[in-house]
Write a protein that binds this ligand. Sequence first.
Ligand code: GCU
Length: 678
Amino acid sequence: AEDGYDLWLRYRPLPADSATTYRANVSQLILPDATPTQAATRAELLRGLSGLLGSTPSVSTSVSADGAVIVGTPASSPLIAGLRLKLQGLGREGYLIRSVSVGGHRATVIAANEDVGALYGAFHFLRLVQTAQPLAALDLRQAPHVQLRVLNHWDNLDRHVERGYAGESIWDWHKLPDYLDPRYTDYARANASLGINGTVLNNVNANALSLTPMYLEKAAALAGVFRPYGIRVYLSARFSAPIEVGGLKTADPLDPQVQRWWRDKADEIYKVIPDFGGFLVKANSEGQPGPQDYGRTHADGANMLADAVKPHGGVVMWRAFVYSHEEPDDRAKQAYSEFVPLDGKFRDNVIVQVKNGAIDFQPREPFHPLFGAMPKTPLMMEFQITKEYLGFATHLAYLGPMYEETLEADTHRRGKGSTVAKVVDGSLHKYALTGMAGVANIGSDRNWSGSQFDQANWYVFGRMAWDPSLKARPIAEEWTRMTFSNDADVVKPIVEMMMGSREAVVDYMTPLGLHHLMGNGHHYGPGPWVSGGPRADWTSVYYHRANRDGIGFDRSASGSNAVAQYAPPVAREFGDIKHVPEKYLLWFHHVPWDYRTQSGRTLWDELVHRYTHGVDSVKQMEQAWNGLDGRIDAERHAQVATFLAIQHKEAQWWRDASIAYFQTFSQRPLPEGQAPPA
Ligand code: GCU
């Protein structure tokens, strides 16, 4: 059944004529299988090519006809060694794919320095066939621009995934380490196809159980499944673990006993997982323990853990999502205020993990001011793949444009062109360590991600982690071709839907820079009226600040002055109501209801217009999708159609609720032609 289980690795038969063409280019495979990675590479090529071409290519040891595909490294393949290819500069994970001639025969070579590079190259080659690209004159060189390309699973060790909308966790801790669900292998294949090379198994909020011997054995079993695919396992480490599982009285990072406990713990972990990646830590945020509990800094805490894993080659990913007990004047400012003074104080195996924006994975946020502001401390990107604030799994929102918007934002920290992408790939500040993390949307659902289209978010994350300069549209097209069809009249409407989908969500939830107006706690559905409660920054009124005069959070010099955390040219742009991009208007300014927006409408009219536009965009997606009936297998088509109907209904709910509520402040009529809220 077409339930989406195969993700973008579907390998369904190509149309007969193109299969014939491809068969001429893939007549035989010449590739080693002495190591687990080589075996995985061979298995994937056989599986993919036989599925796509309708016949299994023969595996040989020498080139005997046109159309051989030769895969491997100089060490694993005498043929490749003999070709004297230029593999310098490709590093451990890079590869090249080239059309060559061997003994007078046309052939394609997929070559790398290490097995894992050849595996990545094989997936790339399959993608070329899947997306109907010509194979005749190939000359591709690829190497990742970012070193740590990791998923963060928010698994709570009890099958529950925090903010997960795709069923239960795929980690079945109860049956591990003995039962290795075949899903784990398919998970590894999917990640390797994108170049994702790390996975943090447990939630940043999880308890310290994951560090006990019983759980380490389970993690080691998973690491064993993932290793052939080039994926390392990491764990979230709860800062107070020395107390909770170590029986110590303190977790003070400067206490020698605590330091010793972590060193011993690291030694213990590396005994069972020799290639363990390291720790991810959420500290002193949302009530989690951390070094500040003992009057120490984030650097003190991170460095202690870094020293523990250093002898084994591990890293510490220390999160900058700090969100304190005290109520700040502007929550958006906290991470910058706490971290910038620590620049240069971290060990060289620490990387600070920063969310894309300063609040919390909103449908739209300006880039986080920390990017570019810590030249002496490697910073890595944290994107959310799971759609916590974007309508969960039923709302279609392709996040590629959101990732792209953040990555191409200009920090101006080293002059014009100092993009966030250049911070993340390390080129701006010559970081020795680089990374990108994505909070996974993977669960036990047959379709893995809760919906067919949410698979694209896993996909685009992986592709952009490999190369942050890639663009959302070509990736959407690639994914659509692999997932649905190569037919232009299917690809085009789907790519258009995807490319407009996130903007639609912004419009019907939080237009013009509004943010954090979702229902309290669950973050689903409208709740702009949320007020009261234990703290101001858990309310929506804290963020939108609507009153009789206007709406928006003044973060300019006359307000919280959060704009001052950006480089001067950016601060000037964002801080000036005349120059701020309209998409961030209410993020940075409190704006009068009658303010003229770029369309010529007043702010109030524009707000209503945007809400309605969001609903209309969903209606258009629905129509476009319905037009594909019969062009896509019935099962997946029906599921997407139903989800779009849900999204349509709920976009309307968002619009009506938001307009009705904000109208109590604006006290203005709806603009002409706009339907009153239901
Ligand atoms: C969001 C999310 C929390 C999560 C937090 C984090 O606030 O709602 O569930 O714990 O992000 O990233 O740590």
